[in-house]
Structure formats: C-alpha cells, structure tokens
Design a protein around this ligand. Structure first.
Ligand code: ATP
Ligand code: MG
Length: 362
C-alpha cells in the first residue's frame, strides 16, 4: 500500500511561520516527492468552532485566508486534495461511534488539551465546552476516515495522534480489522517542532497573537523582528549572550542555511560560528535581527507575491474546495460503511435480512 497523507489546519487565522516549519514544509516535501497514493489537506472549521462557537464569522472569514496560504507556499491542487471538514458528514458519525471507545478521564488527561484549556481561559467560571474537550476524538475521525497512515504535524499534536492510535486499536480489536493506524510525521529539525512566538513565551499560535504570518508585509515582519525577545541579560554589545530561549537564534535554527551566510553575513561561515561569537560577547542584537530579517524575507517574498496573485481569483479557490469536498466525501463515506459493517449496524444488506428471516421464519 502506498501512503495516504492527511493534515489539517484550523481556520482561526492566517497561517504563520510556525505552520510553515512545523507542518507545511513537510507536506510540500511529500507532495513534491510524489510517493503517496493520496494527499489530503483539510480545513478544520468544525474543530475551530469548538473554542470559537461565539465567533463563527472568524472561522468563516479564514477559510479563504488559509487556502491562499496553502497555494502561496506551493501546495498544488493537481496533487493535493483540499476540503472543508464541516462538509464531510461521515466525520460526525464516526466521532459518535468513537466516543464510546474513550473514557472521560483518558480524554481529560490529554496534555495539549489541558494546556489549550488554560490558554483559552476555560476555567471553572467559563466552563469547558464539551466539543472542545472531545476534539481529539473528532480528530481521530478525521484521520481514520481517509485511512491516513501519515500525519505531518507539529509536536503539540502528538497527543492527538496517540489518541487516534488508541481508538484505532480499540476499534479493530473490538469489531474487526477496519481502521489504519496513523503515524505522526514530525520535522527533523528540533527548532521546528514547536516554534515559539515572537514573545518567546509560548508556541507561535494564531490564538495568541505572537505570530509572523506568511502574508505579513515586509515592514510588518521587520517590526516584529525588531521587537523580538532575545536575551534580557545581553544589555551592552560587549556582554556575553545566551542562545537558549533566545527567539532570534531559535528562528535562525529553523530557517537559515549556510548559503545565507555567504549572501548576507560573510564574516561567519555558519550558524555555529555566529552563536559562538554571541556567547562570547561583542555581537549586538541588531545585527542578528537584521540577518534573520534577510533570511525570512528570502522565504516570505515569493509566498507573499504568489498569495496576492491567487487572491485575484476567489472563484478558482472555491472550485478547488468543491472538487476536493466531493472526493473527500466519497472516501469518508466508504470508510463509514466499513465501520458500520464491522460494528454490525448496517441493516439493509442480505446478511441482516437472512439472519432475521432465520430467527423469525423458522
Ligand atoms: P490555534 O491557535 O487556533 O490552535 P495554531 O496556530 O495552533 O492555531 P493549528 O491550526 O492548531 O495552528 O495547527 C496546524 C498545524 O500546525 C498542526 O500540525 C500544528 O502542530 C502545527 N503548528 C502550529 N503551530 C506551530 C508552531 N508554533 N510550531 C510548529 N508547528 C506548529
Ligand atoms: Mg493549535
């Protein structure tokens, strides 16, 4: 069997450079290597509503933004199937059956859900929406509906993949071998697993306002880099500096290559040399920030320009989604049928008829 790949993003905002290094870059590599049977990319609007129920307009408005980001980075509708989660009815039904395979304490132990619950302010007073607490189950439905075996994600998604794997094993054990066990595909570069926000506090996240967006204009990126968290103990240029927790260096780890030094900062051979100098003292934040800005601009410029081109043809984008939804619905309906067969809850086939006839007519 060839690989079936599935990933998703929540339409809660435009995509940022954390998405780029955490998941988009892997998807692009897989897409362009071509070693797969199907590559699905889902816009997770139903999941986005689990913590944005009061703001459906935000979710609605970000569908096209996310699609523009996908196309701008080079995801290709001739190779990748794009679709919208809420349009795939089978996903809700699968979620309903999977809910019976997961206990409440197991669900609430999920470390990512715990962290996000805190960040979203779902405290005793506000309460935790049931849909939010259970989103890992619906995510298992998303993955298994398409029989995906590879899921390229950032590190924060590992507990979700683990939950999906447990559901697959329970289902297959309890009923019949039906679902495919998914594997997370993480970026190999450590800095990309969970890119921090520009504030250096949390992971870069649309919901936290600490992002550099793929669509940010050049001046906006420059300003964000200028205000980026570095090393608070590095006050004078001559002071020795720290690399650990210094966001500029984390971003350089994620984005820069040796060739960038040749082009923009040729007094250093590579990032190790730059880090050594910073640690010793004598290298100012302005200089490393300027370099990061040049590196990021090289990546972001073509994305920004392509995005503007695609934005001129919105009907084309809706057309891509319409076609993708059709393919996704066919695939998910097929799996749902298999799931119901395995559970013995399909009643309009010969088997059920014969069983019942035998029971009542003899
Ligand atoms: P939200 O704040 O609404 O949850 P988000 O910024 O966390 O948005 P998601 O849509 O939840 O983005 O995540 C989409 C994908 O991007 C996931 O695979 C996730 O692991 C990855 N990802 C998100 N943020 C980062 C990050 N800072 N570093 C690496 N990967 C990330
Ligand atoms: Mg998230």
């Amino acid at each position: 069997m060839k690989n079936i790949i599935l990933t998703a993003d929540r339409p809660t905002g435009k995509l940022h450079v954390g998405h780029y290094v955490g998941s988009l870059r892997e998807r692009l590599r897989l897409q362009n290597e071509g070693d797969y049977d199907k590559l699905f990319v889902m816009i997770a609007d139903a999941q986005a509503l689990t913590d944005n129920a009061g703001n459906p307009v935000k979710v609605r408005n970000n569908i096209i933004e996310v699609m523009l980001d996908y196309l701008a980075v080079g995801l290709d509708p001739n190779k990748t199937i794009f679709f919208i989660q809420s349009d795939i009815k089978a996903l809700s039904e699968l979620t309903m059956y999977y809910m019976n395979l997961v206990t409440l304490p197991r669900l609430l132990r999920n470390p990512t859900v715990k962290a996000e619950t805190k960040l979203r302010g779902f405290d005793h007073e506000k309460g935790l929406p049931v849909g939010f607490a259970t989103y890992p189950i619906s995510q298992a439905a998303d993955i298994t509906a398409f029989k995906a075996n590879i899921v390229p994600v950032g590190e924060d998604q590992l507990p979700m993949i683990e939950q999906a794997r447990e559901i697959v094993k329970s289902f297959n054990n309890l009923y019949a071998e039906t679902l495919v066990l998914p594997e997370a595909l993480l970026p190999t570069n450590k800095a990309c697993l969970r890119l921090p926000g520009t504030d250096g506090k949390n992971k870069m996240s649309k919901s936290l306002g600490n992002c550099i967006y793929l669509s940010d204009e050049k001046e906006v990126v420059a300003e964000k880099i200028k205000n980026m968290y570095t090393d608070p103990t590095h006050i004078k240029i001559s002071d020795p500096g720290h690399i650990e927790g210094n966001v500029v260096f984390t971003y350089l780890d994620a984005f820069c290559k040796d060739e960038h030094f040749k082009k923009y900062l040729n007094e250093y051979k590579n990032l190790d040399e730059l880090k050594e100098h910073y640690k010793l003292g004598g290298l100012g934040d302005m200089k490393i920030k300027k370099f990061l800005n040049q590196v990021l601009e090289e990546i972001l410029f073509p994305i920004r320009e392509k995005r503007k081109e695609y934005a001129k043809n919105i009907p084309y984008i809706l057309d891509i989604l319409r076609k993708g939804n059709k393919i996704a619905n066919e695939a998910a309906d097929k799996t749902l049928k298999e799931v119901k067969n395995a559970m013995g809850i399909s009643y309009f086939d010969d088997q059920f008829l014969n069983e019942q006839k035998e029971k009542y007519e003899n």
